[in-house]
Design a protein around this ligand. Structure first.
Ligand SMILES: [Zn+2]
Length: 248
């Protein structure tokens, strides 16, 4: 028995090398939100062999989640989503270490929440939280895998502070946020969450080319992908604020 046995198909047919698999098996990834996108992200990270996953979410499992949130089981209605997600991972692969935090991230708790994790996957369901996370990763120089799904539409990009534009560079931060939570259909969230984990895979292993300064969009009506190139916006207030904090 070798520690690689479980992952031999990752390394077959032009997949990844054993060295790259080992990188995954030493990696730690933080998942913000374990709803539709987060379900797919956590399950795919576990399948790849990421050894440590932290899941942050403040909600409990509800019946209306089951159209797309495949990680949660019916018996867990009313229980914290982070506990439900941890239970799934522990049954799937008990060797994976799962950290959980049942909180809503804010200005006071972000440091302890993100501490120790360099790759963060944005699985939030609203843009107010997404822009706040964008500002956190700029300040703390973390890599952010942004994903968003709404109805038949989805998008993904990888943000690396000091190297790429940020979320606000490609989509200007609104002055006010509508009090709106977005959700989607199972096929769309699972396309987007799979693409987010594909980005994690590339960032950790160095295989392929991550979506740096590229926003990949998915139109589920046409099953069509498009890539929008962008760059750091010199007028971006989020980037400017993060740089000012780093200077002083
Ligand atoms: Zn920016």
């Amino acid at each position: 028995m070798s520690k690689f046995d479980r992952y031999e198909k990752n390394m077959a047919f032009g997949g990844i090398t054993q060295e790259q698999q080992e990188k995954l098996m030493n990696a730690k990834v933080l998942v913000m939100g374990v709803g539709g996108l987060g379900s797919g992200v956590v399950m795919n990270l576990a399948a790849l062999g990421v050894s440590q996953i932290k899941v942050v979410d403040s909600n409990v499992v509800e019946e209306s989640d089951f159209n797309r949130q495949l990680i949660h089981k019916y018996k867990n209605i009313g229980r914290a989503k982070v506990i439900s997600a941890k239970e799934w991972v522990c049954e799937y692969n008990p060797e994976i270490k799962v950290e959980i935090d049942k909180i809503k991230i804010n200005d006071l708790n972000y440091f302890t929440t993100v501490d120790g994790y360099d790759i963060i996957v944005d699985c939030f369901d609203n843009f107010e939280a997404k822009y706040m996370l964008n500002e956190i990763i700029l300040r703390h120089k973390k890599i952010l895998i942004h994903g968003h799904a709404k109805g038949f539409y989805g998008q993904v990009t990888t943000i690396v502070p000091n190297k790429t534009g940020c979320l606000a560079c490609v989509m200007q931060k609104p002055k006010n946020f509508e009090d709106e939570q977005h959700s989607s259909l199972s096929p769309v969230v699972n396309v987007i969450s799979s693409l987010q984990v594909q980005e994690v895979l590339k960032v950790i292993t160095g295989a392929g080319e991550p979506l740096l300064n590229k926003l990949l969009t998915f139109d589920g009506h046409k099953s069509e992908f498009k890539t929008l190139a962008f760059s750091k916006n010199l007028a971006c207030e989020c980037c400017a604020e993060a740089e000012a904090e780093a200077t002083y």
